[in-house]
Each structure stands twice: as C-alpha cells, then as structure tokens.
Ligand binder design. Sequence first.
Ligand code: 5AD
Ligand code: SF4
Length: 440
Amino acid sequence: MQQKAFYLETFGCQMNVVDSERIVDLLEGIGYAQVDAADQADLVLLNTCSVREKAERKVYGHLGRFKPIKDQRPELIIGVGGCVAQQEGEKMLETVPYLDLVFGIHNVHRLPELVLQAEEKHLRGTATEFLDRETRLNLFPQRSVRDNVTRFVTVMQGCDNFCSYCIVPHVRGREVSRPSREIVAEIEGLVAQGVREVTLLGQNVNSYGLKEEGEISFARLLHKVDQVAGLERLRFATSHPKDMTDELIDCFGQLDKLCKHIHLPVQSGSDRILKLMNRGYTANDYLRKVERLKTVCPQLRLTTDIIVGFPGETEEDFQATLAMVEKVRYADAFTFLYSPRTGTAAAELNDDQSSVQKQERFERLCAQQNRNSEEAWQADLGEVLPVLVEGESKQGDGQIFGRTTWNRIVNFAGDKELIGKIVPVRIAKVFRNSNLGELP
Ligand code: 5AD
Ligand code: SF4
C-alpha cells in the first residue's frame, strides 16, 4: 500500500504542542507519514488557538491557503482541531465549504475515525463534545519518544479559574489531574528512552491534585519527580500566582533538578484591574510570593504575561503595572493587547479607552521591559554556564544547541555526541531570543 502523507501546523500554547504530538502518533497508526509542505499532502490539519482574536483570524487565513490545492486535488482532506474547532464546531463546516473535519479538545482520539470516514465515504465530520472526567483520565496523552532530550508531560488539563478575559475554561473544559503514580511512571519510562529533562504541563499546574481525593500536592509531585534516577532537569508551566503555596516556592531551594526559572503570569499590577480580571490576588500578594521565591533561590529568574488595555484601564492602573515590572525585574515578559472574547465576562464590560491610547501604553510597557530583558540576558555575557544539549541547531553550520537553567537557548559549535549531556558553555554573544556560545 502506498503511504499517505499529512501536513500539520500547530498554533498556540504548549498544550497544543502536546496534542499535536499525539496527532502525529495517531495518524502514523493509520498509515500516514508527516511531510513539511501542504501541497505534498493527502491530509492537511491545523491545530488552532483562540486565546486572542488575531490567533483566531489566522486560522481562516491559513485555511484559505489550502483552497487552491483542494481545487486542483479535490481528494485532499482538510481538518481543523484545537480551541477554534472546539469553539466553532459544526459552524466551521458551514463557513468553510472545503473543510472536511473538525475535532475538538476532548476528541483528538477520534481523529483516525474522522479521517477514515472522509477517505472512504467522503463524509464531512465533527467531534466536539466534552467528555466526562473518567473518560478524559483514560485518554491522557502518552506519546512516543523520537530522540527527544526534553519532553512535555501533561499533569492536568482544563481550567476552573475563569479569569474574566480568558476563553480557555470555555474551550478546554473543567480541570482534571492525572494520578501522580502514572505521571512518575511515564517520566521513568521517558528517562529509560533517553529523555533528560521534563516540563510538567497544565493550564494551571499549581492547582494540581486539589480537586482529586487523596492526591498529593503539586509540590509533593515535584519532589517525587526530582527523585527519578537519570532525570537531569525539571521544569513546569504554567503557574497561577493565587495557588502558588509556600510549599511549592520552597521547592526552588530544595530540589536540585528544578531549573531556576518560573513563568508566573501577573497580567496587571493594579488591584482594581486584577479584581475585574478575577485573578484572586492583589499586587502585594504577588510581590510577597516573588520575594519569597528570590529568598529561597537568589539565582531564580522570572518571566510573565501582561495584558494591556483591559476594559476601563486608566493611566493610574497602567502605572501600577509599570511599577510591578520595575519591582520584579522580569527576565522576559509576553505582553498582549486585551482582545475581547465572546462568551467571557470581560467582553460584557464597558470599555471607554481608545485603541490609540492602548497602543501607546503597550509600546511604553514593551520599551521598559525590553530594557530589563536586555539587562538580564547581558548579565550572562562571558559566563560559563551549564547547558543541556538538545540537538542540532536551526542555525546550521554544524552548530548544536541547548538551554541554560533559565530556559535561554544557546547555539554553539560542538560535536553531536554532546546531545543529551549537560556541558559548560561560555556565552560569547547575546541576541534578543538566543545566545551564541563556545566550548571553553
Ligand atoms: N486578551 C489578551 N490576552 C489574553 N490572554 C489570555 N486571554 C487574553 C485576551 N482575551 C493572555 C494572558 C495569558 C496568555 C496565555 O494570554 O496574558 O496569560
Ligand atoms: Fe485562562 Fe486564567 Fe485559566 Fe490561565 S488561569 S487559562 S488565564 S482562566
């Protein structure tokens, strides 16, 4: 039988990256091989993100690119998964007449069935129903290892926080945590296959286990994973400040394998806006946690997410965000202009700020943060830092690449034999998104 080809594009967060790895496994299971150009494929798939309007619009733009290919080859199957698929469901088939299948967040496992149905019967299909807890726990993604040095391991899915601006709880459904013994067993298996670093993943890992009877806390889970023999490094994402316990903070002073980096989204520095956002903490609560983090682990670097232009944000509110950025001195920040999402509470709020004003604030914040980032990364210049080598560099030239404990990419000339090892590398040049290093 001739092998069929699929092309897959992934947008959005790390949860989608994990789902895409599962998609690759499932499609290989029904005789497909992955290719990197849509015009060579029999099946093209988009795994989509709807966190901001721009991301959502992109999906339709991308689908448009596939239309001429389908006009030439009507047997081409086109599918959409992820958050936009979950949100729009069957409607997408109406809006996009050349689309064949739509699969939602809880239905990745049904993709082979939908593809075979499109292939054999030329039927268009949708699978977007939410599943119950038990079924979801049985379907937690386990993916095959392909020479990976680092892996994401999903520990929980969904989100119950309902931050007022956020679509995620609406499209990803309620929180479920996977049993800790399964997580540890998966990591032991990954390490046996050569994985050296894991990132424990969830929309809100700090609330891991809180809703499961008899389950250990996220901090205890970190302790258990830290003890897995052969594992070199441990990270986690993403954290919600409100559930960041002292027990968890103290892990940064106790666990050797835990990297000295935390992504701790603050969203705003104004108590009034934080309340409207339903974040469940004040600027002071947040700062107290940051202080404790820096006390238990002085080398720790923080990164964050910030939203500018939330409905009703005044200059005073914005100044409080700038003050937060100055106090914490983030090594990096992902800054977003607020984007109203239909169905969320914030979309109903009165918004009297002009887009020009929002843009101007956004640029002020970026300028300030860029100065801080530059300062943080320049501090590494000339230093010799331990780097876990992950693979061949995208830069080519026979370079390899890895990351520092702060999750900063370092490209350097070195032997491929070093892949999977932690090696000391001198930082020779600092760029915006990566460093150039050299073996000392
Ligand atoms: N508008 C702008 N940014 C948003 N985020 C989530 N929802 C929105 C929205 N409606 C940002 C938050 C979150 C990150 C993943 O995306 O900062 O932490
Ligand atoms: Fe969205 Fe808030 Fe949940 Fe993060 S914690 S996914 S921002 S609702």
